[in-house]
Unconditional design. Structure first.
Length: 391
C-alpha cells in the first residue's frame, strides 16, 4: 500500500463526439482534494444537447456530493430527483462511474450501467471484487481495493466498447478486446495521457473517423511526485540575485532556466559560464545552453512561446507526432513538463526586458508574463500542481 501524501494522481481524459454532433453526451468531472481525487464519468441518454445536460448534471452532482462526504445512496437519490425527464421516453437517465482514490492507497469505485473499470497493475486486468447494490431501482456495483505506485485505473463510456459496429467490426470492439489492448500497452512508466490517447486513437480508427456514438476515456495513474523548478527573468532589485539563485539551486527535482539574463545570472552564481549547443538551434527556437547543476538552459521568450504551442497541441491531442522528440529547447522543455513533472514551481523575477513588450503596456502585459500565465493554465489543465514565486 502507498504511504499517505507520498503519491500524485495523474488524471487524463478525452472524448470524441458522435458524428455531426456539436456537443458530447459524455461528461467528466475531476475534484482534487487534500488527501484524494474524485473522478466521475457520466454518459447521458441519447446524444447531443439533452445527453450533454444529463451527463453534466450527473457528474457535477456526484463529484460535489462525494467531495462533501455523502455516500453513494444519497448521490443516487439526488441524481434521480434532479435529472429532467425525457418527454418522449419518460426517462431521466445517465450512466456513471465514480472513482475516488486516496493517498493512503485506498480506492473506491461505484458503477451504474457503464463498462467495468479496468485496473492495470502488471498482474491482471481486474483484481478486485464488485459488490451488487440496489438503490431506488438502480443496480450499482461498488468496489473497494488498494492501489500502489504504478497502477492505472481506466474507465470509458459504452461508445468505446461499440467502436467499429457496422464499419470495421460487425459487433463492435468489446470489453475483452479493450482489456487486452490496454494490457499490451501498459507499463510502469506510461502516463495517464498516453494511456488515454492510445485507447482513444484506436477507438476513432475503428469508427473510421465517423463515430456512431459519443466515446470517452478516463485514466488515473498513481505516480511518485516529480518536482521541477523553472526560473525565468532576473529580479528587478539586483541585491535579490543571490536569493533567487539559492531558491533554484536548493529546490528538489529538475532545475530549468529560461532566458539569457537568467542563465547568465545562475552561471555567475555557480562560478560557471553558459556553454551554447548550436546543434539544438532551428529557425523557430534558439539553441540550448549548459550550466553545471542545471538540467536544462534555454532562451526565454521564443522558446517559451514554442513550448506553450507544443503543450497546447498535446493537451488538445493535435498533431502530436514526434513533438517531444525533436532536438531543440522547446521540445526538451515540453518533454520535461509533460513526462517528468507533477509539481512545478516557477520562480519569476519582475525585471522586464523592454524588447519583449510595448513600452506603453503595463508590466503584467509583457510577452513573458503572458507566456508564463499560459504555461500555468496548460499545466493546470494537465492536472499538475503549480506554484509561482515572484521576486
Amino acid at each position: 500500500m502507498v504511504s499517505d501524501m507520498g503519491v500524485f494522481f495523474d488524471v487524463a481524459y478525452n472524448s470524441i463526439n458522435k458524428y455531426l454532433e456539436e456537443l458530447c453526451g459524455d461528461h467528466v468531472e475531476i475534484r482534487r482534494c487534500k488527501d484524494n481525487v474524485i473522478v466521475v464519468l457520466a454518459d447521458g441518454l441519447g446524444s447531443g444537447v439533452k445527453a450533454n445536460i444529463l451527463a453534466t448534471l450527473t457528474s457535477n452532482i456526484a463529484a460535489t456530493m462525494l467531495k462533501n462526504g455523502a455516500d453513494i445512496k444519497d448521490v443516487v437519490d439526488t441524481i434521480t430527483m434532479t435529472l429532467p425527464e425525457c418527454k418522449k421516453r419518460g426517462l431521466a437517465y445517465s450512466t456513471f462511474t465514480i472513482i475516488q482514490v486516496f493517498k493512503s492507497g485506498e480506492a473506491y469505485v461505484a458503477e451504474f450501467d457503464n463498462p467495468k473499470l479496468i485496473l492495470l497493475n502488471g498482474h491482471d486486468k481486474s483484481g478486485f471484487a464488485r459488490k451488487k447494490l440496489t438503490y431506488g431501482g438502480k443496480t450499482i456495483f461498488e468496489s473497494r481495493f488498494n492501489i500502489e505506485v504504478g497502477d492505472a485505473l481506466v474507465t470509458f463510456s459504452d461508445g468505446v466498447v461499440h467502436a467499429g459496429i457496422g464499419e470495421v467490426l460487425n459487433l463492435g470492439w468489446g470489453y475483452d478486446e479493450i482489456s487486452k489492448f490496454l494490457l499490451g500497452r501498459y507499463h510502469k512508466e506510461i502516463s495517464a495521457k498516453a494511456l488515454t490517447k492510445n485507447l482513444m486513437d484506436a477507438c476513432n480508427d475503428l469508427y473510421d473517423g465517423r463515430p456512431g456514438d459519443d466515446a470517452t476515456v478516463v485514466s488515473i495513474k498513481i505516480v511518485k511526485p516529480k518536482h521541477v523548478t523553472l526560473f525565468t527573468g532576473p529580479p528587478k532589485e539586483r541585491h535579490k540575485d543571490e536569493k533567487i539563485c539559492n531558491l533554484l539551486i536548493k529546490s528538489d527535482g529538475k532545475k530549468i532556466v529560461c532566458g539569457g539574463s537568467a542563465g547568465n545570472l545562475v552561471a555567475k552564481y555557480l562560478n560557471d559560464t553558459v556553454r551554447t549547443d548550436l546543434s539544438t538551434m532551428n529557425k523557430d527556437v534558439p539553441p540550448i545552453g549548459y550550466i553545471k547543476g542545471i538540467d536544462l538552459v534555454t532562451e526565454g521568450v521564443l522558446t517559451m512561446s514554442e513550448t506553450v504551442s507544443i503543450l497546447n497541441k498535446y493537451v488538445n491531442m493535435i498533431n502530436q507526432k514526434n513533438l517531444l522528440s525533436e532536438n531543440n529547447g522547446a521540445a526538451k522543455l515540453a518533454s520535461i513538463l509533460i513526462n517528468d513533472c507533477t509539481h512545478l514551481t516557477i520562480i519569476m523575477g519582475n525585471a522586464i526586458n523592454p524588447a519583449h513588450q510595448n513600452p506603453n503596456f503595463p508590466e503584467d502585459l509583457s510577452i513573458k508574463w503572458r507566456l508564463v500565465h499560459q504555461l500555468i493554465s496548460l499545466m493546470n489543465e494537465m492536472g499538475k500542481d503549480v506554484d509561482t514565486v515572484f521576486i
